[in-house]
Design a protein around this ligand. Sequence first.
Ligand code: FES
Length: 353
Amino acid sequence: MARFHTLPVAAVDRLTDDSVALTLTVPPRLREEYRHAPGQHLALRRLVDGTEIRRTYSICSPAPAPDGEGPSTLRVGVRLVDGGAFSTYALKEINVGDELEVMTPAGRFTLDPAPGIYAAIVGGSGITPVLSIVSTLLEREPEARFCLIRSDRTAASTMFLEEAADLKDRHPRRLQLVTVLSREEQQAGLPSGRLDQERLTGLLPALLPVGQVAGWFLCGPFGLVQGAERALRGLGVVRSRIHEEIFHVDAAAPAPAATAPAHSTVTARLDGRGGTWPVQDGESLLETVLRNRPDAPYACKGGVCGTCRAFLVAGEVRMDRNFALETEETEAGYVLACQSHPVTEKVELDFDR
Ligand code: FES
């Protein structure tokens, strides 16, 4: 069950003009709770004019070894979003010594380190979780190799440039680092331009044995992830080897269809306790649950982070959109509560499963 704790800020490192890395200290009594897998994220929350806002940020630091202690620090990357209530605060106001409210780690864009070849295609701040994935894998698995393909606008706007170069220095034979800049000529490496489906289809077979890659990690803006997935599928990669995390979704959610029954109720089980409440017109099941159980887990409310995942025990729901759950998860019966509306009069969700 996700919980919030207050963690002090140990460091604020400027990465680019519009991004920082925040390092948080985890006291010994909370280290088990903040144990994370490489690729997971943290939700941060704060009150703005009486309204609670939450944002998720990926952990970029390596994951702790399973047989060791939980992490003593956590580092996340934050990029400024135009008008972003949390990112503006992070870049302009947060100082060392400040305290932040931080949810325990969540997310299933993760890698369980094992020998083999792995690859990632990332755009912009999509490097953040992948940095944790690559560093954890290469440190823990001497038989693993990684090909990291990253796309950015310019070198100056590239987050974690030094960290990626350090990793390459530490593992020169096992890490292949490919950078494509869309708005800048590079002295060495690939020509500039966007990394789209067509370009990737030509590029990937020249870089690595596509069919032998055990796991592909795609992370960044929707367009890039979608183009990369299509390129991989076109090259014969099976869907189960492709992991995706989308950072920005520009398209608006589809308009709700008028299929909700007039008097529907949701029964929800959360942290071992259950309740049944009426669903008000037009609201999502998460909103219904939150009115009665403010501890219900969520972060983005946009169908992107997956924090509100729940198991549909009974009834039927319609999801507005889903950029977080894999096909296997929806087939197994999981839904995103923030995107779900009742189709049947009675719906039952289990947030503990
Ligand atoms: S809260 Fe992020 S997907 Fe529902």
